[in-house]
Every structure is written in structure tokens, then in C-alpha cells.
Design a protein around this ligand. Sequence first.
Ligand code: PMP
Length: 746
Amino acid sequence: MNDLLESHFGIIPLKVEKLNGYDSINYLVKTNDNKYLFKTYNTLELLPFLKAETEALKFLDNNKIFNSPMPIEFLDGEYVKKITYKGQEILIRLLSYIEGVFIGEIKSSTEITNSLGILLAKLNLKLQSWDNSVIKSKESVWNLNSFTMCKESIYLIEKYSDRNLVHYFFQQYEFEVIPHEQKLRKSIIHNDANEWNLLVENNLVTGIIDFGDISYSDLINELAIAIVYNSYKESDYLFWAEKLVASYNSIIPLEEIEIKILYYKVALRLCVSACNSAKAKNTNPENKYAIHSESKILKMLREWIKISPFRAENFFRKACGYKKLIPTEKASLISRRKEIFSTSISLSYKTPILFKKAAFQYMYDEQGNTFLDAYNNIPHVGHCHPKTIKVGQDQMSKLNTNTRYLYDSLYDYSEKLLAKFPKSLNKIFLVNSGSEASDLAIRIAKWYTKKNKLMVVEQGYHGHTQIGIEISDYKFNNSKGIGQQEHILKIPLPDYKNKIKSVDQIIHGFDNQLNNNRNNVALFISETILGCAGQVPLPKNFLKNVYSKIRDQGGVCIADEVQTGFGRSGNHFWAFEDQDVVPDMVIIGKPMANGHPMGAVITSKKISDSFGEGVEFFSSFGGNPVSCEIANTVLEIIEEEDLQSEAKEIGEYYMKKLKSLKKDSYFIGEVRGKGLFLGVEIITKSGNPNPILAQKIKNGLRDKFILVGTDGEFNNVIKTKPPLCFNKQNVDQVIFEFSKILKKIN
Ligand code: PMP
């Protein structure tokens, strides 16, 4: 090394020390009276870019507002050279060494952050008047404007939950930023204001080094990148971001469109960095320097999704002196609602929520609040899961038609779904909702059995059609309900309601009803865990017992898996499997296509063939290609992300934590359910249902930005059935707020 320095630069080093480097090997060179940075590169293609970078450094050196490295001339006047060293061709160059402490080495402070914003803006002002065709044409995985180059590396990111975030933000970027791309100011920027490229003296950022990533890009990217590295070692990301934006804005005022998309730009840098670290790890696991920021990047990414984009935008607007965006007026929506909707359509919460966007287990309201969704089981794999969105959009752009024609996805999906059922359940009818599925199932069962009595369970709910209501005690038995029709037989909910009746008593009552209506009972329909009843699981072997007796007199057994299916119950893909039974028909819906309307009836060949002898069945939308593509992707995601195991593991953790609340409170009765389908009974001190307190808890959690529901005969059960991406921290958040509410009233 010493010989190179002497022969090319005429420098006689006293000491040469190897330093960290991303794509170069760097040496700190000390001479009698100076310090230098000697850089060697194995990638020869970098030559034109290093020459361009040299031009940039020379250009900036005229400016004495901040320190940046100065290229040192070779003895022959060059600045970068290709040489042969130990038989290998390499590039070498020498830079002046800048003294100072790296931002990464010291505690964050507002003073440092302010000076960073000012330095970057001054650097950007200066670079705006500099042009370089080599840099303008340079393609780099670090240029945020070329983020698509990183997309392939998403699959190298270890955890699915992290991959999903990256995938989500890349997709959101295309929706939220790309349409504005033409309007964004462009410039040559440093493009890597990270904590190891910024030097501090006397609590002020005074120097910037490493121009290796200098790129032609959106001007705002400079700030977005700095926001990441100036905030990611802290936890209050928006606080630090706002400070940096304000100081940068004091020199280069931001345009409104730049403020609008800044949240997504910050996310983009996090994603690009996560992808590049994953790739670096994959290519060279030894290069620790290339991945040194990975854990902080992923931590910030996992937190960034919890920040509403609307909140971030308002923070940035405030920092730049713009007025807060005025949110849609909730009151006006409520009054418009009253004008055109029936009062039979209810609205949740004392203070209703106006949602604007959602991502996985988070939902963003119009005020910029982020709600933790511990309630909605329809977005099964997470709100706006990027894969479901992509296939839906793709398919919509190609073909949407009906089952009277042939198209691949109908068969691909139906076969994949049927493979999830016991072999005897091998026929499918695709419809558009759970209600439609239950209505059709009842029609098929009546046709097949030629019987007319329908056996249901107390507090069951199976849909809003006329038949749906007739078989749903939850509706017909409501004080405003139509009452129990003559053809409906009902058995009490086992093991519930003060446990008045033992399972044996219930079975005895069931036997009596069956005997009185012998050979007239067409069907028995039930969920395995009754959702509307307040997440009540049927006792062990209950369905086995009931199913055999129904079948003995010629009826069929229908399992309603609308709420509990698709792995939610944890142990099994379908909740009925927990009872060791095979139904004759299964109805599904809600989570099937992650919120896209879809339902199905699954049954045996024998039953389906019999129905085939009747009039044609046709549903205009049932089984359309868009629905099939989305539903197929939902199945893929459940498998890929092993969401059934997640439901089991997180569900068990959640259940344990909910049960622990019971120890410290009189007001918690039974905690029940399976997997991520749980209910907490709220009772009075004397053990009676306590719907008023249940409402208080639900509204109290809403005030803490957590969504749960209440249900059950007395509306005293807190229901929680979140998207399956719900994690342990999410559980902890619910438990923390829940216990705080309980403490206040205990
Ligand atoms: N069955 C059960 C168990 C349900 O919970 C529901 C809806 N809550 C339905 C059927 C009806 O489904 P949908 O609202 O999609 O028509």
C-alpha cells in the first residue's frame, strides 16, 4: 500500500489503517502533517462514475459553507486511475480526510438535526446549479427513482411480515407517488445522508462525506433519506422528521406536492434499504458493513406503518408553515347517512369512525389516527394485502365474466379450495356472500332431503336473506324479530348462559324434538364456535352426537364456517375439524377473498347431483374470474405465510393474556374461543351479563384507537377476531389498554 501512495501521490505514510467500506476498500493514511482517505475498488466499471464524483467534489470544494472531501491529484494530474496491483486490476484514488465525529456516534439533538437540515439544503442548492451527464445516466439500486430495481430482492427478506411491508409500500408508492412524479423537482443529490456520512463539530453538522451514491433524482429524496437515518435510532420518528423538514424548508421551501408524498418517500427508502441489505446478506454474508443498518431499518419500517400517512403529512405541513389539511366533516356524512339510509343499518361507536385507508392490522382515520384492528376478520390476511390488490387489479384489466364460459381461474381456485376439505366434500357452488351461501345451502338441503323442518342452535346467525333470518335465532328471537317459525326447531346453546343446562340435558332435549318431528328434519346448521352468540365454542363431541342423529332420520348437517374458516381457529383449517366430524355441506364467505365479496357452498357429489336434477343454478357474479383470482391468492398467502400456525400461536398468547386480566377484575367472566377468534364475557360483580360495561370497554378501547366488537345474547361479550397478521405486540397493546380501563372501574 505504502509503495502505491508514494509512487502515485508522492506521499510517505507514517501509518495506514483499514476502514469499513460498502463497495470499496478504504484506508486511513496518516503522514507527518496530514490525513487522507485512500480508496481502492475491484469493480472497474465504476471508473466513469468515480470521475464524475471527482468533478462533483471539486465543484463543492469551492464552497466553504460545509466540509466535503477534496480529491487529491496523482503526480501526473489525474484523480482516479486504473492500475495493476499484485496482479489484479483495481481503481485507486485519494481524498482529503475530514475530521469530526459521526452523527452515528452521538446522541440525537434538535441542534444537530437543525444543522443537518440546513447543511443538506445548502448542499442541494449548490448541486442544483451543477450538471453532469454521467451521473444523470447512472442507474443505481440506491436511487429511489429506480426502486423497481430492488423489487426482486423482496423475496430475500427473512420474515414474511417484513416482506409484506416492503411489498405494500412499493405498491402504495405506485398509487400515491408515481402519478405525481412529473411534478417533483429533480436534481443531482448526495443520495446517502446516513449517520456515518455526516460529521459533527461543536454540536453542529459541518461535514458530509461519501459521494459514492450521488444520483440524479427527485430533490425531495435527499430529505427523505436523511429523515430515515436521523430518526431510526430513536423511537419518536415523526418528531425528528418534523425538525429536519423544518430546517431544510428554511433554506429550500418545500412544495405542497413534495410534502404530500414525503411519507411514502421515507417508506420507500426504508424498503429499498431493507431489500439491498437482504441482497447483500444473500450474496456475501460476511460483509457485515453492508447490513449494519438492517435491524434499525426494519424496526422503523414496522413502526412507520403504524403512522398514518395523513398524520405524517400534517406534521410535515406544519413544519413548513402550511395549514393543516381539513379532514372530511364527519357530522355531514352522518346527516347524509340519515337522509338516505334506513335506521336498520347501524353505525359502530358513540363517536363513529371515518376511515380513509388501511394496511394489514392498522386502519387510518380522517384525523390521522391509526387504529389497531382487533376486530375485523374479513381482511383475513391483512387489510390491502399487496398481493390481493395486485391480482384483483390485473384480472380486472383482463377479463371479468361468469361461469357460463370457461376460464382457468374458476377451476384453479375451486380445486385448490376443495383440496382443503375432506375428500367426500368435492363439489362447490360459488356465490357472493355468506348469506347467499346459507340461503343456497338450505335450498339444496331441502331439495335433497324432501323434508322441511330446519334445526338450528340458539343465538346462531347465518345470514340476512329471508331464509337466513328464519334460521337465525340471533335475529328472529330478537325483541324486534319475526319470532320462531313453525318449521324451525331450535336447541339451546350448550355450556353457556349460567350453565343452567348440562350438555346431556341439551342432547336430551334435542332427542325429544327430533323424535317429535321424526323423518321431517331436513337439516341441522351450526357454527362450531358461535360468533354472534359471543364466540361460544360447542362442547367436545357435540357435533358428532348431533350429526349422527340428524342423518339417522334422513337429514343433512351443515357447518357454517363463514367466520371461523380459513385457519382462523388455529388447530385446523376449518373449525368443524376440531369436532372430528365431516359435514354434508359447508358454507363459507367473509375472509374468502379478503374483503372482496365472495361465498360458497361445498357439498358431496351425491347432494350436488341431486340438486342438479332441479332447475338451473346461476349466480351472475358467483365465481367470476376477479373473485377467483383474489380468493386463490388468499389461499396462497395463508399457506406461504403459515397464517394458520400464526393464528394458533398468537391466539394462544392472546387467550393467556386475556385470562390474566380476569385475575385482577371481577368483571371478566368466561374467556373463550380458539385461535384468533376470541370472546371475553363482561359480567357484574354478582356474575350477571354486564352489557353497559361491555359497551364502555368497547368505546374505551376505541378512544385508545383499538377496534373490538360486542355481541352475544346480552351484548356483553367483547369479541376480538383480528386479521391473521396480528402479532404479539398488538396483543400486548390491547391487553395494556383493556387492563387500564378495567383498573379504572374495579
Ligand atoms: N354466517 C355467519 C356465521 C355469519 O357470521 C355471517 C355474517 N356475519 C353470515 C353467515 C352471513 O354472511 P354475509 O354477511 O357475508 O352475508
